[in-house]
Design a binder for this molecule. Sequence first.
Ligand SMILES: Cc1ncc(COP(=O)(O)O)c(C=O)c1O
Length: 396
Amino acid sequence: MKYCFNEKIDRSNNHSAKWEEMGNKFISNDLWPMWIADMDLKTPPEIIEAMREKVEQGIFGYVYRPDSYYKAATDWLEKRFQYKIDANTLINSPGVVPTLSILVRLMTKADEKVLIQSPVYYPFASVVKDNGRELVKNDLLRDEKGYYTIDFKDLEEKLADEKVTLFILCSPHNPVGRVWKKEELEEISRLCLKYNVRLIADEIWRDIIMPGNKHIPIASLNKETELNTITCFSPTKTFNIAGLQASFVTFPVKEEWEQFDRELGILDVKRNSPFSLVAFETGYTKGEEWLEELIEHLSGNMDYVIDFIEKKLPELKVQKPEGTYLMWIDFAGLGMTKEELSNFMQVEAKIALDDGCWFGDNGCGYERMNVACPRYMVEEGMNRIEKAVKKWRKTK
Ligand SMILES: Cc1ncc(COP(=O)(O)O)c(C=O)c1O
């Protein structure tokens, strides 16, 4: 390996939300932090070097985006997903969640409804509700092994409601780790087109795909789907630069591009910071080798967790994610209520994982573990859980 992912990390003085703002979500600030989706791994050295050069210029005034910025994004898309798009359909925005929020307002009327697939990344529900729109949920199906699929019968029923006019799709899916297959994407698109429902594809995870799986941008399926889809993506998960806060949106319909651009103008959030400008372009032009090695490292961490659970924690269940670096672990075998499980994780295991209930009622009983970290952090997390489970067994 050219890059090292097992270096001991020190995030003190890093103003890390994961490490130092834990107390806002959990009982204390000293749990073992494997929650929130950023990595306890350094960003690629190529990005650090490019940012260092920027720092050394010593001037951080307003910046414009050169053509090479968008070209880096479209070239990456073509190379990684064999999907060619016109750079003029792209817009830079301050982040995927702000984009979703703006789009809910722009694309729906006050009495219309927005569909999401539950369990799902929790801001999906809040951007809908906070903007005063009614939320409609298509619950994912789960087999006894914990593998999730789409309930297409229910999806069709929900999309057939003429008040449902927008669908926010998470592809790949956080937290269940599915990388949707071509047939699934085709069916989603077919139903959206049939019932005249606009599709927003949040593809922020599309670069983090485990070996043996392939991400297909839903807009790449065919021209009709492309015109019906607004895609959000960003290299922030890919290269661990989420704190730089920027993202892309693809608008194949020109009038909608203009409408969104006007909205960003009203909020005056059209510019990048000098650092996101440099980091994004460098990641997309020089980060591929690092990403390939990162995926190998993440896959190894996942295998470690799976093996640990198989050998030592038969009460728990987990599937290897097809994409993302988030493991969706089923704790239902402990037979705890949601309050008991939350208490167990924090007080007994002293670990901070994203509580499954945050992702929807049907996420309760699960915990989401972030394994984008050096191996020793995964080992420590699993040992803490094992110790707590052993203690719990004695009470049975
Ligand atoms: C599906 C999904 N969308 C969006 C985001 C956050 O995007 P941003 O930081 O650009 O708002 C995350 C972060 O975990 C995510 O998982």
